[in-house]
Ligand binder design. Structure first.
Ligand SMILES: NC(=O)c1ccc[n+]([C@@H]2O[C@H](COP(=O)([O-])OP(=O)(O)OC[C@H]3O[C@@H](n4cnc5c(N)ncnc54)[C@H](OP(=O)(O)O)[C@@H]3O)[C@@H](O)[C@H]2O)c1
Length: 257
């Protein structure tokens, strides 16, 4: 399925940039945001090279009013992807208070600052031939299924948005709006570049973008990949919490920011 009017946050790098380029083509309009204007323009250039109309905007997802004004003003929206996110871990000590707050501000509040105005805008749109007014995809993570003691705020933030998107979909679909919780495993981006431990199933952002868009196009509420790591995350997530913490604390931790 091709989406003609797409909005993506965090499009200056990594998965967001790959989602933009994968979505691009003749007749496609892409509204792209991030904070780094130069890197965002590089994504826009790559999208234009594929024939798309790319409209980059320098915007922080934590800016509630700015996000609301941008999303309300772009016109038709077929697909909105709340992708912008940050990560941090405990390193060999503790998760800092600042890191925990920053992660929740970007990964949870930033997602709401994207998805809520998108829902409001889509509710005013006419339903298309497939009966839908629009789709909103929230980039969570397989970390949503494990309360990992080496990345407490990151796992909790991803769990929050995965559960919110899946639950909200049940009521929004009654008025023709679908939500999707995207739960990728490890992707080779700036977030994982500083990990000094083996990352099973590590994939390139281009493959993650293709799997994400295919899952959304197929109408899947939860798009989780790769499946062996998804299965493992569900098993580890189901362990008794004390046992899970003891086991996971033996693994190397993600570096602190
Ligand atoms: N990499 C993985 O293994 C993995 C796995 C599962 C899920 N994810 C999720 O995938 C999403 C994309 O991450 P990535 O791996 O592609 O990391 P990345 O390469 O670091 O990209 C993060 C993107 O988010 C943007 N961003 C960060 N804070 C922002 C803010 N306050 N306002 C606006 N934009 C902001 C960054 O742009 P600027 O710095 O220019 O603002 C950048 O474009 C995140 O939600 C992440 O949690 C990643």
């Amino acid at each position: 399925m091709q989406f003609h009017h797409v909005l993506i946050t965090g499009a200056s790098a990594g998965l967001g940039a790959a989602l933009a380029v994968e979505s691009a083509g003749p007749g496609i309009t892409l509204h792209l945001s991030a904070r780094d204007a130069a890197r965002l323009e590089q994504t826009a250039i790559a999208c234009r090279a594929k024939g798309a109309r790319a409209l980059p905007v320098c915007l922080d997802v934590r800016d509630e009013a700015g996000m609301a004004a941008w999303i309300a003003g772009v016109g038709q929206l077929d697909l909105v992807i709340a992708n912008a996110g940050i990560g941090s871990g405990t390193g060999d000590a503790f998760e800092s208070d600042a890191a925990a707050r920053a992660i929740f501000d970007t990964n949870v509040t930033g997602v709401l600052n994207t998805a809520l105005p998108a829902i409001a805008a889509m509710a005013q749109q006419t339903a298309r031939a497939d009966g839908l007014r629009g789709r909103i995809a929230v980039i969570a993570s397989l970390a949503a299924f494990v309360a990992g003691p080496t990345a407490p705020a990151y796992c909790a933030s991803k769990s929050a948005v995965q559960r919110w998107a899946e639950a909200r979909d049940a009521t929004e679909r009654k008025r023709g709006i679908r939500l999707h919780a995207i739960c990728p495993g490890f992707i080779r981006t700036a977030i994982t570049d500083r990990n000094e431990f083996p990352m099973p199933g590590l994939m390139q952002p281009e493959l993650a973008a293709r799997l994400t868009l295919a899952g959304i196009g197929a109408g899947r509420l939860r798009v989780a990949y790769p499946w062996p790591i998804y299965a493992m995350s569900r098993i580890v997530g189901a362990l008794p919490p004390g046992l899970r913490n003891r086991l996971l604390m033996r693994l190397p931790a993600k570096k602190a920011e």
